[in-house]
Each structure stands twice: as C-alpha cells, then as structure tokens.
Design a protein around this ligand. Structure first.
Ligand SMILES: Cc1cc2nc3c(=O)[nH]c(=O)nc-3n(C[C@H](O)[C@H](O)[C@H](O)COP(=O)(O)OP(=O)(O)OC[C@H]3O[C@@H](n4cnc5c(N)ncnc54)[C@H](O)[C@@H]3O)c2cc1C
Length: 218
C-alpha cells in the first residue's frame, strides 16, 4: 500500500489488532455481518511455522458459521484421542471422546499455517473488511465515543478511529499491557520443548503420552 495515498483519520466500526487465528476469525465474522472492519497485523504474512495443533468442535462450528468449515476440514485429521503409557510402556488410560454435540468430533489435529492462510483468504470475500499486514499498532487512546489508534507502517505513522478496538494480539498482548490488565490464569513453570516431525512413517493416529513419575522436574 502506498502510504502517501492513505487518508488520515479513517473511521471504522471495529479495528482488530492482530491477524492470528483469533483476529482473522473475528474479521470473517464481522465481515459476514457487513461491519466496517480494519485488521492490523505487524507481521508481513501469516505464520509459516507450526504452532497450535488441535482444533475443537466449537471452533469448527465457528468455521462453519463463516463458511470455511469444508476447507478447514480438508487439512484436519478429525477425531483423534490420547493413549497414556506407564513406566512399563503399557497403556493404562485412553481418552477417546465420542460425543459430537456440535456436529463435529471434539478433538481434531490441524496446522496453524493452513488455518491462518484460509482465514486470510476468507476475509477477502468481504468488502467491509480491510486487512493490513506489516502494520503495527503503536499507541491508542479512547474517549467516551471512540478509540484513536496510531499505526506504524513503512516507517510512517498514521491514525485511524474506531467505535471499538478488539485486542486479538496474543498472549503477550500489547493492548492488555497498555491497559494494565493483569494476565490471569494458571500455567506451568517448566520449560517445554516442542519438536515437529516431518515425514514420519508412524501411522498411529492418537497422541501418545509417556508418563514416568521419576522424570518430572520442578
Ligand atoms: C512458538 C510457538 C509455538 C506454539 N506451539 C503450540 C502448540 O504446539 N500447540 C498449541 O496448541 N499451541 C501452540 N502455540 C500457541 C498458539 O499458536 C496460540 O494459541 C494461537 O496462535 C493464539 O492465536 P491468537 O490469534 O489468539 O494469537 P496469536 O497467534 O499470538 O496472534 C496475535 C497476533 O497479533 C499480532 N500483534 C501483536 N501485537 C501487535 C501490534 N501491536 N500491532 C499489530 N499486530 C500485533 C502478532 O504479530 C500476532 O500475529 C504456540 C505458539 C508459539 C508462539
């Protein structure tokens, strides 16, 4: 986008910070209802590395609400469970949910890069939705009527106004910290290592969890 062509102080009904799964899903939902929406994402493109691995039935129903369920299902491994193994390497518990109250299995494996690309493509269906990658929100203020948002792109700043600012800017949310809102909830203290395996020949479709009480560390 040529920044010199930008009109300062554009006004939107909703500005969404963050073009991850939450922000882009919201953009599709708002687009469906014709809400004038601007998504601002600091990265130049949707994520390329694998991150989230499991999408549940409620989320698939949300994909259905925005008409993207068939596409999303095409890159999901629907309906998988977990098998838990003890120190003797024998299975001692299984979780294999069978309910599908929302019309989809409860546990489904997926790839976040595919989901994000699908949501980004989906948002192009709506004239009321403007998505800008490479645009970082640096500041915002609000009065009783609207929110004033400062954006940095291509080395220049510009301002937009909105009736609502939606924070979909992730776990380290700039919006949350700017507002001084504490992050509530529980997390694990330990560091985790995630290894993604490409081209495995193991066709076992459940998650295997190996449990060994001697190997936990604090
Ligand atoms: C390295 C890594 C590995 C992960 N592995 C797993 C996993 O194995 N399994 C699993 O279930 N989950 C995993 N996750 C978590 C999963 O990716 C998140 O739950 C999911 O991405 C959350 O989606 P979101 O849209 O809420 O936030 P995010 O995906 O974090 O999206 C927020 C977006 O906001 C943008 N943003 C932030 N601040 C600004 C700003 N000021 N202006 C403009 N844009 C801004 C960010 O660039 C980002 O794209 C992992 C996450 C990471 C980072």
């Amino acid at each position: 986008m040529n920044m010199s062509e930008k009109v300062l102080n554009e006004k939107y009904e909703v500005v969404v910070i963050g073009g991850g799964p939450s922000g882009m899903t919201l953009a599709n939902l708002l687009g469906k209802y014709g809400v004038k929406t601007l998504v601002l994402e600091q990265n130049k493109h949707t994520v390329l590395e694998p991150r989230a691995v499991s999408i549940d039935d409620e989320s698939l129903r949300t994909m259905q609400a925005i008409g993207l369920h068939e596409k999303v299902k095409s890159f999901c491994a629907l309906d998988y469970g977990s098998v838990y193994y003890g120190v003797d390497a024998k299975p001692f518990a299984k979780i294999e949910p069978t309910a599908s109250e929302y019309g989809y299995p409860r546990r489904n494996a997926f790839s976040q890069p595919d989901l994000e690309a699908t949501l980004r493509e989906g948002a192009t269906r709506y004239e009321s939705v403007d998505v800008r990658f490479g645009h970082v929100v640096t500041h915002f203020t609000q009065d009783d009527n609207e929110v004033f948002i400062t954006v940095l792109a291509e080395g220049q700043t510009y301002d937009v106004r909105a009736d609502y600012l939606a924070a979909a800017d992730g776990g380290r949310s700039f919006t949350r910290t700017s507002l001084g809102v504490p992050l509530e909830g529980l997390t694990y203290g330990q560091k985790w290592l995630i290894i993604d395996i490409k081209g495995t020949k193991d066709t076992f479709r459940q998650t295997r969890v190996y449990c060994n009480p001697k190997r936990h560390w604090n």
